[in-house]
Design a protein around this ligand. Structure first.
Ligand SMILES: Nc1nc2c(c(=O)[nH]1)N[C@H]1C(S)=C(S)[C@@H](COP(=O)(O)O)O[C@H]1N2
Ligand SMILES: [Mo]
Length: 387
């Protein structure tokens, strides 16, 4: 990280010096590792300057600066619904309550004693979409498998629903028939018994080797690898095990996808919960050395192996991109590159699509036409450029 900071600063200085001489125009954001003579080709539908911190508790990444497998902790995208709760990392405790043989109250140190492992995982907010695509990041997390903790508590046979509550809360108006009630609610998300007791979910306390930042859920969050961001409950304070389905606002109402599906010639409207990530790729940046164009992009999905990523220029054929060998982790995001050997002066479009090992292909925007709510938009993001 230190090296990166230094090289970025150096780059900025060199860039500014050259700009002073009128040799190049320097964008307000700084590209990582631009080679000698390499320039950025602007996306025509992208703002020149991306406002990465639109509010104190919000941040997006400027995808044109993605530089390697891990997003630095102070650049990680961030969002939440109730602002930041006041949490004291030193005294924070996690409660495990409900249908367990042994209810538990544990400090982070107690959790560390149960076990510790690392996992590379990236995720995006289910609202992430083009052209900015700024709501995703990737990290190496440290924590304890959720199953190890639940085994310690002893899950009862009647347990069906595992609810994860953050320390953050807010007042909500709950509509019921013709009434509206104002009540205090905690941010909560639920997992089924099968998912909660599977080997993947973790309770994590570190990101890229450092304790979680306040933005990322200090001191503890749930991580469901391969699932959308909303499932990764921050400032985790309680796991409540129950038989009933959990119907909190962020489970049952806000995080739903409404889409129409043609079944036997009839349009059926289905509402589904936000769980695993849909197969997505996007072009993050295009640079040019004068004649050739280098395309760099990102792939995210639920951990299903990626068969290939392809890039298409204008109406040309889909061509295979090259996967970055440093991003091979099952649940991590993957980076790809593609080189275009020449482009005629004028307007062009470039687009990428990912295909996974099951043959699933990232859809076009048109193929998602019947998805009415904007969440889970994994459609192909078309980049427009002029050379
Ligand atoms: N406690 C709590 N956890 C939460 C949320 C929240 O509002 N409260 N927002 C979720 C949503 S919608 C997303 S996209 C991710 C964002 O995680 P990040 O800020 O670490 O990027 O946190 C999830 N976890
Ligand atoms: Mo989100």
């Amino acid at each position: 990280m230190r090296t990166k900071q230094t090289s970025r600063r150096k780059l900025l200085k060199t860039g500014l010096a050259l700009a002073g001489l009128g040799l190049v125009s320097v964008p307000e954001w700084v590209l990582p590792a631009l080679a000698e003579g390499e320039t950025v080709v602007p996306f025509l539908d992208f703002p020149e300057r991306v406002v990465t911190n639109p509010a104190v508790d919000r941040r997006i990444i400027d995808i044109r600066t993605i530089n390697g497998p891990f997003t630095p902790k102070d650049e990680w995208f961030t969002t939440q619904h109730y602002g930041h709760p006041k949490v004291d990392a030193a005294t924070h405790q996690l409660k495990v309550s409900g249908l367990v043989d042994r209810p538990l109250t544990l400090s982070i140190d107690d959790l560390r004693k149960i076990g510790s492992k690392e996992l590379v995982a990236g995720f995006e907010c289910s609202g992430n979409r083009g052209p900015l695509q700024g709501l995703s990041s990737n990290a190496r997390w440290t924590g304890v498998p959720l199953k190890d903790l639940l085994d310690k508590a002893g899950v009862k046979a009647s347990a069906r629903e595992f609810v994860f509550f953050g320390a953050d809360r807010g007042e909500e108006e709950v509509e019921w028939r013709n009434d509206k009630f104002k009540v205090q609610q905690q941010f909560g998300r639920a997992l089924t018994r099968e998912k909660a007791l599977s080997s993947e979910p973790m309770l994590v306390w570190a990101l890229n080797g450092d304790p979680l930042t306040l933005h990322q859920g200090m001191p503890l969050r749930l991580l469901v690898p391969g699932w959308y961001g909303v499932n990764n409950v921050k400032w985790l304070s309680e796991i409540h095990v129950q038989e009933d389905a959990y119907l909190g606002k962020f489970q049952a109402r806000w995080y739903r996808t409404l889409k129409g599906e043609m079944i036997d010639g009839e349009m059926k409207w289905v509402e589904t919960a936000i769980t695993h990530m849909q197969l997505k790729s996007y072009i993050a940046r295009i640079t040019s050395d004068g004649s050739r164009y280098k395309v760099t992009g990102v792939v995210l999905n639920d951990g299903t192996p990626i068969k290939t990523v392809e890039v298409r220029v204008d109406d040309g054929p889909w061509q295979a991109a090259t996967m970055d060998p440093s991003t091979r982790e099952k649940y991590g995001w993957k980076l790809f590159t593609y080189t275009v050997n020449s482009l005629a002066p004028g307007d062009h479009t470039l687009v990428s699509r990912a295909i996974d090992a099951t043959g699933k292909t990232q859809p076009t925007a048109q193929e998602l036409e019947n998805k009415k709510s904007f969440l889970e938009d994994n459609s192909q993001t078309v980049r427009k450029i002029k050379v």
